[in-house]
Design a protein around this ligand. Structure first.
Ligand SMILES: *Cc1c(COP(=O)(O)O)cnc(C)c1O
Length: 496
């Protein structure tokens, strides 16, 4: 049966391909499936399948207007030797949990899992909808999305991609990866501001009718590679299903047994995908939402109040330095009983006052979630302990998840097997990671010196994505005020 998509703030329903092509609804809302489909085959059958086969089983349930051939072709093109292991997302048992390594793609962070397929989904969607406009991808990044999106869209015919990142808000490796990006259709702009400033300005451009008409006359249309695009979320459901099947296959659990999932969270996209996996029928018990010191989500789960009026803290897990978690809107919509007017009212409060409070009735439906947060010291101590106990090295984002999982077990005594989403390679945040496991050796060193040190200390091989940036020339060096982002876009497109 066809699944239609509607905006969290009202409006007409669209097909999956239209939702992917548009990215964000005209009313500023996010597209959500009108219902969450169930898995069509048994866990026992899924256990026998490869990642790519599972991807088809999951994604075909949501993207119902793609033909089998179209979707399989997208999956084939995306999940190939760009990944440095045939399993794509290995599951590693360490320190009493299962780390789902989502960083074996071309940019060594989990964004690759969705962004290596999104360009194929989008160009297929454009063909299906007979759109002959050039697709202009506008992307705000807290560090990892930008590179992964550019790697996916570089030199894809009919597309142009513009990435905005906070000038002082990303790691050295993240910045280097972005400013060395190749491809004539890729553009990188640093902004004087933080991630929320970048994301808000991008959303405003999507909703700016005049600007949309202007670029329309020039033969262009905007779309999004951020997780506000449903085409980002659907591919992320796959690896939770995959992880479950590997636990069964390896005899760690029996089919039907519950698992917990812990996700280091920023924009609430990755954990929402895990929640969708649960609603598809995957036996997931608790979704543990881990925040860093920017703990808006932790406070929200505690109190039912979402309050972004607070200081923005720069941490060693920059991809989670976010105060406006966009995808929470999709959950809020559901908590209202799919009431777009009620959802729009909460979001208007968030924009105007920076705060909203959900009703008790809505809060009572949050039982699937557990919110926690970890500060820098707890994070570093956890990374060090895991390394000392097991030799396994995790990055600073995964470290936050690991620390919060530790708190969860302590507070609840729940021994359910738990999958921790490991969202980045430790090499991407080598300064902080080596600083955590061997502070004496790390002292006074930064950047590439820390990468060498990490490789030697942990006996790990440097990933090709890092070797690349050692020699790649800088191709992008634009810096603008957040307020000048629209102007930068029009200039890049040669419109003004
Ligand atoms: C983007 C990112 C996150 C946060 O994921 P969301 O889907 O935004 O919640 C966590 N860790 C890393 C390394 C990331 O790149």
């Amino acid at each position: 049966m066809e699944i239609r998509y509607r905006s969290t703030r009202g409006g007409a329903e669209v097909s999956a391909s239209e939702a992917i092509l548009k990215g964000l609804s005209d009313d500023g809302g996010l597209f959500v499936p009108a219902r969450i489909p169930k898995l069509a085959i048994s866990i026992e059958d899924l256990v026998q399948m490869t990642y790519q086969e599972i991807a088809y089983e999951v994604m075909s349930r949501f993207l119902t207007d793609f033909t089998e051939e179209e979707l399989k072709s997208c999956i084939r093109s995306a999940y190939d030797s760009k990944f440095d292991t045939p399993e794509l997302t290995p599951l590693v048992k360490a320190g009493g949990a299962y780390y789902l390594e989502l960083f074996h793609g071309p940019t060594i962070a989990f964004k690759d899992m969705a962004l290596s397929i999104l360009p194929y989904l989008m160009t297929t969607a454009a063909k299906k909808n007979k759109s002959d406009k050039k697709i202009v991808i506008l992307t705000a990044t807290s560090g990892d999305t930008g590179k992964a999106a550019m790697a996916g869209f570089a030199d894809v015919p009919g597309t142009e991609i513009i990435v905005f990142y906070p000038k002082d808000g990303v790691s050295e490796v993240q910045e280097k990866q972005m400013v060395t990006q190749r491809g004539d259709n890729t553009h990188v702009v640093a902004i004087k501001g933080n991630f929320d400033d970048a994301q808000s300005a991008v959303k405003e451009m999507f909703n700016d009718r005049q600007m949309n008409e202007e670029i329309g006359r020039a033969g262009c249309q905007f779309s999004s590679a951020n997780s506000i695009n449903i085409g980002r979320l659907v591919p992320q459901i796959v690896y939770y299903v995959y992880a479950y099947t590997r636990l069964v296959r390896e005899g760690e659990i029996t089919s039907g047994d519950p698992i917990n999932v812990t996700v280091p969270t920023g924009n609430f996209g990755n954990i929402l995908a895990a929640y969708y996996a649960k609603r598809m029928g995957l036996p997931v018990k608790t979704l543990i939402c881990a925040s860093n010191e920017n703990k808006v989500l932790y406070d929200f789960f505690q109190t039912g109040e979402y309050n972004r009026n607070r200081d923005f803290i720069l941490t060693s897990s920059p991809s989670m330095d976010i105060l406006i978690s966009s995808n929470l809107e999709r959950l809020i919509y559901q908590l209202t009983g799919n009431d777009p007017a009620a959802c729009a009212a909460f979001m208007a409060d968030l924009t105007q006052k920076g705060v909203y409070r959900i009703t008790d009735e809505m809060k009572a439906q949050l039982g699937d979630f557990y919110g926690g947060y970890a500060g820098e010291e707890e994070n570093f101590a956890g990374i060090k302990k895991l390394y000392q106990d097991t030799g396994y090295v995790i990055d600073t984002h995964t470290g936050v998840a690991s620390a919060v999982y530790g708190q969860y077990v302590k507070n609840t005594g729940d021994q359910t097997p738990t999958v921790i989403a490991s969202t980045a390679s430790p090499f991407k945040f080598a300064d902080a990671v080596i600083g955590a496991i061997d502070p004496t050796k790390a002292e006074g060193k930064s950047g590439l010196a820390c990468i060498d040190l990490l490789a030697r200390t942990a006996g790990l091989e440097e990933p090709p994505a890092i070797t690349d940036i050692r020699t790649a020339p800088v191709r992008h060096n634009t810096v603008v005020e957040a307020a000048d982002m629209p102007k930068a876009v029009l200039e890049i497109l040669g419109i003004r």
